[in-house]
Design a protein around this ligand. Structure first.
Ligand code: KG4
Ligand code: ZN
Length: 357
């Protein structure tokens, strides 16, 4: 079985082809550079850029895979959640191919793409405990099966990646902030500033990064006249702030994941893996701390290769393939969804638009 996956829900235009033998035949990603000057993604610019490049990216995916379009079995597209202008571009391209090639269309939840990709790359089996940390989302879930999730906790304000991006912006490190913070943190002193751990000991598995971000802002403000725009910090201090922020943000995630692990072991005794996914999963500091946690709890840590942590077409193709294998396909009148919680599954939710083939 061969599936094409299309991703266009944020600022990556991507297409990839994967097989049920877990081969990645092609993986084409174009990261839009246009947003860098704005310090964040501009939805209208993103949508136009997807439109300009999507045909070429899909063509390249077929060329690199060395297969003809009619050799695929299904076309999958990230159909939400995300910036709706971009999502519509990818979904329309997928529907056009589906119609022209007479192959089924599979609407994939972008988060499910992140959630399932480590089954392709690391042979992870259901059920597993998942920390999903991206620019728009931050959740702890049990992945029971395709489209079957138990959400244990979520952020009540910023997503983890969003917090990295906002702190990077305050420190004038550019966008996206995560990779730059990680780079600076490597040369900083992670014990210099003491930062708060919001919601530590709250008794639930929810997360919050807003207070942490504010604490960083206050440190930066203390250097200048109170106007953060005009404040330029010495490089060493920037590195120290990055190291302290990265450590604290990761500890916030680890605290709650530790509690989640106990719940997971008790309620899902057959489960073996702790998985991290989403853009922030590319962070090596977080990965090594999670590996340590999993080891201490007698579980196996798994994470996709770095390039498959941030948005890509492979994860959409793979999630589409898993859905297709289960017989889940979607009609061509499927409406892209700006919001689409992962624990509300299309094929099972009444009137949600999904159909079982
Ligand atoms: O999954 P993704 O590509 O897009 C969304 O679905 O949101 O995640 C992008 C996010 C950005 O916030 C970016 O700063 C963050 O992932 N990120 C990182 C790293 N690489 C990307 N955060 C921390 N450390 C990294 N190395
Ligand atoms: Zn993503």
């Amino acid at each position: 079985m061969i599936v094409l996956g299309i991703e266009s829900s944020c600022d990556e235009t991507a297409a990839a082809i994967v097989t049920d033998k877990k081969q990645i035949l092609s993986d084409v990603v174009l990261s839009q550079e246009e947003h860098k000057v704005f310090g964040g993604v501009v939805p209208e610019i993103a949508a136009r850029s997807h439109l300009d490049h999507i045909d070429d990216i899909i063509e390249q995916a077929f060329q690199r895979a060395k297969i003809k379009p009619d050799e695929i079995d299904a076309v999958a597209a990230a159909s939400g959640p995300g910036l709706i202008g971009g999502v519509v571009v990818g979904v329309m391209a997928a529907k056009a191919l589906s119609l022209g090639l007479n192959k089924p269309f599979v609407a994939v939840n972008h988060l499910e793409g992140h959630a399932l990709v480590s089954r392709l790359t690391n042979d992870v089996e259901y059920p597993y405990l998942l920390l999903l940390v991206s620019g728009g989302h931050c959740q702890i879930l049990v992945v029971k099966n395709v489209g079957d999730y138990e959400r244990l906790g979520t952020t009540i304000d910023d997503a983890a990646g969003e917090a990295f991006d906002k702190v990077a912006k305050m420190l004038k490190l550019g966008y996206p902030g995560g990779p730059m913070i990680e780079k600076m943190a490597a040369i900083g002193d992670e014990n210099r500033f003491s930062l708060p751990h919001p919601l530590r000991g709250s008794g639930d598995l929810n997360l919050s990064f807003s207070g942490l971000k504010t604490a960083v802002r206050k440190i930066i403000e203390s250097y200048g006249n109170g106007n953060i725009e005009e404040t330029v910090l010495p490089r060493k201090d920037v590195a120290d702030i990055c190291a302290c922020f990265q450590k604290t943000a990761c500890e916030c995630l680890l605290d709650k994941l530790l509690l989640a692990t106990d719940y997971f072991k008790e309620h899902y005794p057959s489960g073996r893996h702790i998985v991290v996914a989403g853009g922030v999963a590319a962070n090596l500091y977080l990965r090594s701390r999670l590996e340590e946690l999993a080891k201490n709890k007698g579980l196996v840590f798994a994470a996709p290769p770095i390039r498959l942590c941030t948005d890509n077409g492979v994860m959409i193709a793979w999630a589409g393939l898993e859905r297709f294998q289960k017989g889940y396909v979607d009609e061509l009148d499927f409406k892209p969804r700006p919001r689409w919680p992962l624990d509300i599954d299309a094929p099972k939710a009444a009137g949600a638009g999904g159909v079982k083939a």
